[in-house]
Design a protein around this ligand. Structure first.
Ligand code: TZP
Ligand code: MG
Length: 205
């Protein structure tokens, strides 16, 4: 399937985002119809080392079973340990120029937050861009300034064929504006992990 279709409903999550068992949340999100998952075990209260890998293996197995794309956030070791389909990196992470030759077949996603970052990035080497924060978010404490849907529109017109997902503050209520601006998908943390009914939230996205 085309990557742009597989990024349609993209759950980004680590145990630090969950007030209950992450496996349960992922299972419910898969039942609701997520198409991609990013294991982002990161920041305060996140698991490290063996514990991180152990949780990753469980989440990876669920995605494997249900044919949901499995991407790891910025951790090359996890690519191997979890046999990930891809890796997502930010501007200050592992450089795409280093990663691409080492992993010719891996899906590589890159975060961008402004025109300058897009211009200095090897966009031709990535499989998709994550653009944001589209709306204000409280999940990422060091998030860049909000870009709004207008920047997504401009990114879409400068890169008409590059798979593009919006991230940051996306909810069931505003997801349509992200898609209308030209994004192929929505990447979401709290609107799913904090939903009273995870399956319904994903269905309604
Ligand atoms: N990158 C930019 S915003 C963000 C990340 C990881 C957090 C998005 O979380 P939420 O809860 O969907 O706003
Ligand atoms: Mg990063």
């Amino acid at each position: 399937m085309d990557l742009s279709l597989r990024l349609r409903k993209y759950l980004v999550m680590g145990s630090q985002d969950c007030s209950r068992n992450p496996e349960e949340i992922l299972r419910e999100a898969i039942a609701g119809g997520i198409t991609a998952f990013q294991f982002r075990e990161k920041g305060p209260h996140s698991l490290q080392g063996e514990e991180k890998i152990e949780l990753g293996l469980k989440l990876r197995a669920l995605c494997q079973k249900h044919d949901v794309l499995f991407i790891v956030n910025d951790d090359v070791e996890l690519i191997h340990a979890l046999q990930a389909d891809g890796i997502h990196v930010g501007q200050d992470d592992q450089s795409v120029n280093d990663l691409r030759p080492k992993y010719p077949d891996l899906i590589i996603g890159l975060s961008v937050s402004n025109d300058e970052e897009v211009e200095k990035s090897p966009v031709e080497l990535v499989d998709y861009l994550g653009a944001g924060p589209v709306f204000p978010t409280t999940t990422k404490h060091d998030a860049s300034p909000v870009v709004g849907t207008s920047w997504l529109e401009s990114l879409r017109s400068s890169h008409p064929h590059l798979p593009l997902v919006g991230i940051g503050g996306i909810t069931v209520e505003n997801a349509r504006f992200v898609i209308n601006a030209g994004a192929d998908g929505v990447a979401v943390v709290s609107a799913i992990t904090k939903a009273a009914n995870v399956k319904e939230a994903v269905e309604n996205l």
